[in-house]
Write a protein that binds this ligand. Structure first.
Ligand code: FES
Length: 129
């Protein structure tokens, strides 16, 4: 019995959108204190559309697969939609994760939300200035 779906294995072996965006409009970093894994998301946003997204994950295979899938789900999408992305949706898009690995997908949801928060606070600063 396979513990991980083919999609999980595929995104783990060939993660999409790995890297750093130097002039990102929003950056979010989250960690899980229990396992010590860390995920960082970089967003490039134009007119409230996510035009580019990259990630760095220092973590388990499920965390890498989750961040990879999450970047694919939000790329080209409006900011509002990306904010709605849940870890469940990420796990479903991966054809499921084992129960005890669901927290890994939570990192992806939180990293994106943090990056969008960062984007919004930077934007507020700009309009104030
Ligand atoms: Fe920590 Fe998966 S075990 S994110």
């Amino acid at each position: 019995m396979a513990l991980y779906s083919e999609k999980v294995m595929d995104h783990f072996r060939n993660p999409r959108n790995v890297g750093v965006i130097e002039d990102a409009d929003g950056v979010g970093e989250v960690g899980n204190a229990k396992c010590g894994d860390i995920m960082k998301m970089y967003l490039k946003i134009d007119n409230d559309i996510i035009t580019d997204v990259k990630f760095e994950t220092f973590g388990c295979g499920s965390a890498i697969a989750s961040s990879s899938m999450a970047t694919e789900l939000i790329k080209g999408r409006p900011v509002d939609e990306a904010l709605q992305l849940t870890n469940k949706a990420v796990a479903e898009a991966l054809d499921g994760l084992p129960d005890y690995k669901m927290h890994c997908s939570v990192l992806a949801e939180e990293a994106i939300k943090n990056a969008l928060d960062d984007y919004h606070s930077k934007k507020d600063l700009k309009t104030e200035g």
